[in-house]
Design a protein around this ligand. Structure first.
Ligand code: NAD
Ligand code: SAH
Length: 437
């Protein structure tokens, strides 16, 4: 049995196993990869001999991705990418593995050995940093990162391990921005694929995934009605568009704040009010940030808000809403409901913060739906195969995922829905290529 893990409690595995079985039912693209690779003999699998380290929210969909990578031959070590999103029962199931009989009983597929997992819900930053090092201790050839914690460690404290890394994939917008900053300073030590920038990733995951899971989190945590409320969405990028669209569908009136004039125009054309945060602050009932920026909602904005305003963040990291300044200024704070803390400011005004200002859809809910992560993780899987196959010819750059991968993944998703689409005739192809009428 695998003994190389640090998790909360291995006895939680049965509950985690059921969660993984549930998402597996709804992840047809990963399931097809499981079917394709799991029964191939060792030596014929595409990731045989490859050491792969992964840092993505440690919940059921990620666990299933880890298993599919292992079935394709990789030696996987895994951790979360946010101390609040780790689900301890899922980490336990992944670390323990299961027999074929257990898999059959749970409708969870075939047997699988335990995987090295280093993740504990709510652990300290010190413990999290130790787990980054433990996850990298197997000297990975491939890294799969979400936000840059593995890559960050490989470029600072554990630069000695970077020579072994062939490359990897980055899951989220902010992670890609950081990789490009490293690249532009000439400091990137291995090639990375910008998985987030693949069309099959951000068009669906950032927009529809965040659009749904943010409202899932707000609904389950507040138990309040959205219709009749004013919702302020900061940032009209891929995530912001989805959050605003679903807020409107729930009956809210939506206000968008932006810094990019074109995105601001787009929000206005989509039917939303657009204004500065200082103008939106007194109007909003619920505020959601999705910018990847810092200080988007400051104490000055909070001073303008209605008593009892609800604030949450969906962007990378807990600096979009200035929770630190709020905590310093507050005269009292108390837990109002699970995942909601109320801060009382001098003068009596109260501000409610969901999930400590960390990504509310993952830290205080289950993140994106299984069908969405199926698409994103299929892109990650093919990106890993690409690195394994082509690393010798890759440079220390940030690469786009190939159109071919987008095509494979989108066709597989359409096929799983039973949807077929038209194909250009040779005559149409000629027409589209020619300049003559
Ligand atoms: P994006 O680049 O498409 O959009 C960000 C938008 O925010 C841009 O339009 C930008 O102009 C705007 N912006 C930047 N600073 C601003 C400010 N101070 N005030 C108002 N608007 C501002 O990025 P995206 O793909 O939408 O991702 C946004 C963030 O969410 C990133 O940090 C990303 O990593 C994260 N993300 C979270 C989830 C999730 O599940 N919660 C999913 C995907 C991405
Ligand atoms: N470490 C960062 C992570 C950014 S999270 C932080 O804690 O701030 C944003 C990414 O989470 C998205 O790109 C999305 O692909 C991923 N995500 C959303 N829901 C998920 C889920 N249920 N399981 C795994 N990853 C998920």
């Amino acid at each position: 049995m695998n003994k190389n893990f640090e998790i909360k409690d291995i006895a939680l595995a049965a509950s985690g196993e059921r969660k993984i079985a549930w998402v597996r039912e709804h992840m047809p693209l990963l399931r097809a990869l499981e079917e394709k690779y799991a029964d191939l003999p060792q030596g014929r699998r595409p990731l045989d001999g490859v050491r792969l380290s992964l840092s993505i929210h440690m919940e059921a969909k990620t666990a299933y991705l880890c298993r599919v990578l292992a079935w394709a031959g990789a030696a996987v070590s895994a951790m979360g990418c946010n101390v609040l999103s780790t689900q301890d029962d899922v980490a336990a199931a992944l670390a323990k593995g299961r027999t074929a009989a257990q898999g059959k009983r749970d409708h969870g597929g075939r047997a699988i050995s335990g995987i090295s997992v280093f993740a504990v819900h709510g652990e300290s930053q010190k413990s999290y940093a130790k787990h980054v090092e433990m996850c990298l201790a197997q000297k990975p050839n491939i890294v799969i990162d979400d936000g840059g914690d593995l890559v960050g460690m490989l470029h600072t404290k554990r630069r000695d391990l970077a020579a072994e890394v062939w490359g990897g994939g980055e899951e989220t917008t902010t992670g890609v921005i950081r990789l490009k900053a490293l690249e532009s300073e000439g400091k990137l030590m291995f090639p990375m694929l910008a998985v987030n920038d693949a069309r099959c990733k951000h068009l669906f995951d950032n927009r529809y995934g965040t659009g749904q899971s943010v409202w899932d989190s707000i609904l389950r945590n507040t138990n309040l009605i959205i219709a009749s409320k004013a919702v302020v969405v900061a940032g009209y990028g891929w995530c912001g568009r989805g959050i605003a669209m679903r807020a409107a569908a729930l009956g809210a009136s939506v206000i968008v704040t932006e810094i990019d004039p074109v995105k601001a125009m787009e929000a206005r054309m989509d039917g939303y009010a657009v204004m500065k945060m200082s103008g939106a602050a007194p109007l909003g009932d619920i505020f959601i940030t999705a910018t990847g920026c810092k200080d988007v909602i400051t104490l000055e904005h909070m001073a303008l808000m209605k008593d009892g305003a609800i604030l949450g963040n969906a962007g990378h990291f807990n600096v979009e809403v200035d929770v630190t300044a709020l905590a310093e200024k507050a005269e009292a704070r108390y837990g109002a409901r699970a995942n909601i803390e109320t801060f009382a400011l001098p003068g009596g005004k109260r501000v409610n913060i969901i999930a400590e200002g960390r990504l509310l859809n993952i830290a205080a809910a289950d993140g994106h739906p299984a069908e969405i992560m199926d698409i994103s993780f299929a892109v990650q899987f093919y990106a890993a195969l690409y690195v394994a196959k082509n690393h010798a010819s890759l440079e220390r750059r940030v690469y786009d995922v190939s159109d071919e991968i987008d095509e494979i993944v989108s066709r597989a998703r359409l096929a799983a829905w039973g949807v077929s689409i038209d194909k250009l005739t040779p005559e149409q192809e000629r027409y589209l290529r020619s300049w003559e009428v």
